[in-house]
Design a protein around this ligand. Structure first.
Ligand code: CP3
Length: 341
């Protein structure tokens, strides 16, 4: 059994007593630190960095060493899974990720493979092993993957979008294709998360970043059942589900076979606790824009958030990823305020 010096995150996730609230920050690696940009420059591109286990490990450790967060999250991207299934992506400097080929027909879905993470995603698994060695038990390591629906969005749309209307259209016009694709992504994701856990990930988080574009009914058909499959399959470590914008699904999320539910800042804290129930840990949910405010404002807002969540079954975080132009000192102020309790 691995012994961690700081296992606050894991105890909070499991609903055990904690002496203080654990804190980490979504997208803490790779957005805000000048130290990250230096390593990225050395690597050449985002993809070269993400596929180089030594360098990916180095930037994973930076927020632990520089910001003092209570967990590391492996540096990678949710789009490595579609790539491992046979749909490669490129990262454009201005517009973000792009899939040169997209899924259009059932034949395209049939061509995709269920990824074998030990082969297709070996670089992530190797990075995890290096991080675990370097962490030497200081804090837990979080593994992650995109939710099947969010990955479908990119695999059909081909790039980021405000509405993902091209991808959403398929849910109405090609339900059979949509379900076949979602199932293949789900199977690949379960294998990938299990490989991350075998390599040392202590908790895994599923990012359903585009949950909020679906109606409650579509969410029940096209996202929740696949997330539920993942929750049921991952029994080794705690699981966190973060579904951005899925305020309408909170009650159902309370019934998932997972330990923690992530909240975004649109979700009222007391109302979320009521809808989700007492058997889950909650994570979140400070508006990342608060970190553009003064140090005083950040402290006040953070304390108010903590008061609303209470001091058990809670993991402090932002309500979504930290914005790239945020001052690292402001992020540190958020982290320190949580630690002061
Ligand atoms: O803490 C971390 O940031 C760890 C690594 C991480 C990345 N992507 C690295 C990355 C994580 C956890 C992700 C998740 C991710 N990727 C999500 C889900 C989380 C969320 O924010 O909702 C999504 C939707 C993506 C897809 C993606 N990757 C987009 C839309 C972009 C472009 C804009 C951006 O920066 O987010 C990426 C690129 C990306 N992924 C970068 C990094 C560090 C920037 C690329 C660069 O360094 O040039």
């Amino acid at each position: 059994m691995e012994i961690l010096q700081n296992d606050l995150l894991l105890r909070a996730a499991r609903g055990e007593q904690v002496e203080r609230i654990p804190v980490w920050v979504m997208r803490q690696a790779g957005r805000i630190l000048p130290e990250y940009r230096a390593v990225r420059e050395k690597a050449g591109s985002f993809i070269q960095l993400a596929t180089n286990p030594e360098l990916a490990a180095e930037v994973t450790l930076q927020p632990v060493n520089i910001l003092g967060v209570d967990a590391a999250i492996i540096f990678s991207d949710i789009l490595v899974v579609p790539e491992a299934m046979g749909l490669p992506y490129i990262m454009e400097e201005k517009s973000g990720p792009v899939f040169p080929e997209v899924i259009k027909t059932m034949a395209d879905v049939d061509k995709l493979r269920i990824s074998n993470p030990e082969v297709d995603l070996k670089y992530v698994i190797d990075a995890i092993k290096i991080v675990k060695h370097e962490l030497n038990g200081r804090v837990p390591l979080i593994g992650f993957a995109g939710a099947p629906f969010t990955l479908l969005c990119y695999m059909i749309e081909g790039r980021g979008s405000k509405t993902f209307s091209k991808a959403k259209k398929y849910l109405y016009t090609e339900p059979e294709l949509s379900h076949a694709l979602l199932q293949k992504i789900t199977d690949s994701t379960i294998a990938y998360l299990k490989a991350q856990i075998a390599a040392g990930a202590n908790l895994v988080q599923v990012f359903d970043s585009w949950a909020g574009i679906l109606s409650p009914e579509q969410y029940r058909i096209y996202s929740l059942p696949y997330i539920a499959q993942i929750c049921d399959a991952i029994t080794e470590v705690p699981v966190t589900i973060f579904a951005k914008g899925a305020f309408f699904a909170r009650e159902e999320m309370g019934k998932l076979n997972c330990e923690t539910i992530g909240l975004d800042w649109n979700m009222d804290i007391a109302e979320s606790r009521k809808l989700i129930g007492n058997s889950k840990t909650l994570q979140g949910n400070l508006d990342p824009c608060v970190l553009y405010g003064t140090f005083n404002e950040i402290k006040n807002q953070t304390r108010s958030m903590m008061q609303q969540f209470g001091n058990q079954r809670y993991i402090a975080n932002l309500g979504h990823g930290v914005y790239p132009d945020t001052d690292p000192d402001k992020v540190r102020c958020f982290i320190d305020t949580v630690k002061e309790g």
